[in-house]
Design a protein around this ligand. Structure first.
Ligand code: G3H
Ligand code: 13P
Ligand code: ZN
Length: 346
């Protein structure tokens, strides 16, 4: 099947009340893990690459790996998405590389660190929509800054994230503003700020509504029932994986992620895309550490990359099953971006 626009998948998910995991990738094994999991449960998939991932893997490798996935798994619809594009130029370069969807994250300025004002966000996001839609490429925008309501800080682990202290107002998407933003920009999906952040260190205890504002999602959904919402920073950071990393010589401090039940609650109220990277990173790390810890004589990368791939596959399978996308692949009609572009013209 050709790579499909993300909007096609989101619309199907909304129609049938399920959510789609969007998994970050940097290399072949991660793509293989996602695709094998998707095949086992017949799930449509969203694969995404950050700017860091694109520079780590190089666009040409990534493009050919994704074409290989489409060739090897003809029954699985796959959307290829640019995660946290920092400018229209980044989004354009992703489209040139066959991405079928882009995120213009105008909640931050082009440096990916400084919170941007609302007018800037509307302007750059609308510019990307104007460029992408005639090509049938989907666009995700973001309103509000990702970051912790406990500390007032964005994530520090990844390159992309707000710097400095953020107010509660900046850290929570305003429902009325969301309505205006979606109308003015024409985005296909809206990433919302509700207290989640990237990386493992999201919450210092199991999150309550004070620090994980699921009620915002419900409020936005009431105003914008047809808007596909996106939850970033949605790894669950399982206790078991934390313990295993430490068991095999790692050093992770105790932390809490986003419980899967909260994501399921979000899905009931308009969340259609759920970004997961950290849980897969942790599963891979556990598997590699375990092999090297227990079999110090090994040095063939396949001896640890194969278990790492299997471990990520299991996480992907679990999340896709929990979000309800299992069994949906065969119900989605293969559509190229070019074919889909007509939808925006009508
Ligand atoms: O945006 C956050 C994802 O976890 C990607 O992280 O920028 O380190 O590739 P990255
Ligand atoms: P996690 O770090 O929680 O996996 O979030 C990933 C993400 O939001 C990528 O955009
Ligand atoms: Zn994100």
């Amino acid at each position: 099947m050709p790579l499909v626009p993300m909007r096609l998948l989101l619309d199907h998910a909304a129609e049938h009340n399920y959510g789609l995991a969007a998994f970050n990738v940097n290399n072949m094994e991660q793509i293989q893990a996602i695709m094998e999991a998707a095949k086992e449960i017949a799930a449509p998939v969203i694969v995404q690459a950050s700017r860091g991932a694109r520079s780590y893997s190089q666009d040409a490798y990534l493009r050919h790996l994704m074409l290989a996935a489409a060739e090897l798994y003809p029954n699985i619809p796959i959307a290829m998405h640019q995660d946290h594009g920092n400018s229209p130029t980044t989004c354009k370069s992703a489209i040139d590389q066959n991405f079928t969807s882009v995120m213009m994250d105008g909640s931050l300025k082009e440096d990916g660190k400084t919170p941007a004002d609302y007018d800037y966000n509307v302007r750059v996001t609308a510019e990307v929509v104007k460029m992408a839609h005639p090509l049938g490429v989907s666009v995700e925008g973001e309103l509000g800054c990702l970051g912790s309501l406990e500390t007032g800080h964005g994530e520090k682990e990844d390159d992309h994230g707000a710097e400095g202290h953020l107010s509660r107002e900046q850290l929570l998407t305003d429902p009325a503003q969301a309505e205006d933003f979606v109308r003015k920009t024409g985005v296909d999906a809206l990433a919302v700020a509700i207290g989640t952040s990237h990386g493992a260190y999201k919450f210092t205890r199991k999150p309550t509504g004070e620090v994980l504002a699921m009620d915002r999602i419900e409020a936005i959904h009431k105003r914008l029932p047809n808007c596909h919402m996106v939850m970033h920073g949605s790894s669950s950071v399982p206790q078991e994986l934390q313990d295993l990393i430490n068991k095999y010589g790692g050093k992770m401090k105790q932390t809490w992620g986003v419980p899967v039940e909260e994501i399921q609650r979000g899905i009931k109220h308009g969340v259609r895309k759920i970004n997961v990277d950290t849980d897969n990173r942790m599963a891979i790390t556990v598997a590699i550490r375990k092999v090297l810890w227990e079999s110090a004589e090994k040095f063939d990368p396949r001896d640890y990359l194969k278990p790492a791939r299997d471990a990520m596959k299991q996480v992907c399978r679990d999340r896709m099953t929990a979000f309800g996308q299992a069994g949906q692949a065969g119900k989605i009609k293969a559509t190229t971006c070019k074919e889909y572009s007509k939808v925006y013209k009508s």
